[in-house]
Write a protein that binds this ligand. Structure first.
Ligand code: CNA
Length: 305
């Protein structure tokens, strides 16, 4: 008899079905956002109350900005890098004292088991790397604070230098000597700001990975930021998709009218293999790991780091 297709293994959209499907997967693609780092103490953008967007009014007032998103825009950074630097300082970026969460370790465990195709993360906090996951298994779509680049002479600063520069209390300036004088160009952390292009190899890498993907796991993201939010619609239609998030995202087309591509809608009647695990991500992953028989391993990894 022919091999059962991945989707035929999912009898109905339940966590048990996803767990048994996962055991047979070879190419799990994981898309993550700021929500997987909130339990480490790093606020996300859009959670009402605790998210960064609800807590930057003083910056908006001080710098006469219309919206919180503007603080992370490349256009503003080019005009005046001070607001971004002030915020990065307050948020203690890059922060060496935070630890990876259960979610980061779960992704590492997928890698250890040889089933992780890749983790596309929108996060800039480098927490995924701290788990010891191989570099080629993580694609930091929005860059990171691992390094900075001079906007004038393209000189590079490493993480330690960048951190010192951010915490010195002023906009970091390039000290590289050019014709006997310090270059003086503004250092921009190597994160992708709103209005900037993604890393060059993103499109090529993601399109190959999407074709191979036999399970998509989306965690801790509101899927408001393009082009990453197109991934759920670009995996093969037979690929089961698991959303682990406090609330369902992309359920209301009206909310996403500013996006060019239609997004995946969990409540769409055609979605027979999509599964949603609501509530807290770390609790959901604990439940999933127990169903997979992986909990002891995962707990040990979390305890060791
Ligand atoms: P977002 O728009 O703030 O969405 C986060 C989502 O995660 C929301 O749907 C939350 O409800 C959900 N969530 C938060 N905490 C939990 C939890 N404990 N359990 C379950 N669900 C939870 O953030 P996105 O990542 O979607 O937005 C993309 C931006 C955010 C990227 O450009 C990032 O660079 C940027 N960002 C990154 C970080 C980081 O690196 N840790 C922090 C803040 C913002």
């Amino acid at each position: 008899p022919p091999e059962p297709s991945p989707t035929s293994l999912i009898k109905c959209a339940t966590v048990d079905a996803i767990a048994s499907h996962l055991k047979n997967c070879k190419n799990v693609l994981v898309l993550t956002g700021a929500g997987i780092s909130t339990s480490a103490g790093i606020p996300d953008f859009r959670t009402p109350g605790s998210g960064v967007y609800d807590n930057v009014q003083k910056y908006l007032d001080k710098y006469h900005l219309q919206s919180a998103q503007k603080l992370f825009s490349y256009e503003l950074f080019q005009q005046d890098p001070e607001p971004f630097y002030a915020l990065a300082r307050e948020m203690k970026y890059p922060n060496a004292n935070v630890k990876p969460t259960i979610a980061h370790h779960f992704i590492k465990l997928l890698s250890d088991k040889g089933v992780l195709l890749r983790n596309y993360t929108q996060n800039i906090d480098m927490l995924q790397s701290q788990t010891g996951i191989p570099d080629n298994k993580v694609f930091e779509v929005h860059g990171s604070f691992r390094s900075g680049t001079c906007m004038k002479c393209a000189a590079k600063l490493d993480k330690t230098q960048l951190k010192e520069a951010i915490f010195c209390g002023e906009v970091a300036k390039c000290m590289v000597s050019v014709e006997g004088n310090a270059c003086g160009g503004v250092i921009k952390p190597d994160i992708v700001m709103f209005g900037e292009a993604l890393p060059q190899d993103y499109l090529c890498t993601i399109s190959k990975d999407e074709d191979k993907c036999d399970l998509l796991v989306v965690m801790g993201t509101s899927l408001q930021v393009a082009p990453v939010n197109k991934i759920p619609n670009s995996v093969p239609s037979s690929t089961p998709r698991l959303l682990i998030n406090r609330e369902k995202v992309c359920t209301n087309p009206e909310t996403y009218t500013h996006m060019s591509a239609p997004l995946f809608f969990f409540d769409h009647p055609d979605n027979k293999t999509d599964v949603f695990m609501g509530g807290d991500i770390d609790s959901s992953l604990t439940e999933l790991a127990k169903k997979l028989g992986w909990w002891e391993e995962l707990e040990k990894m979390v305890g060791e780091k």
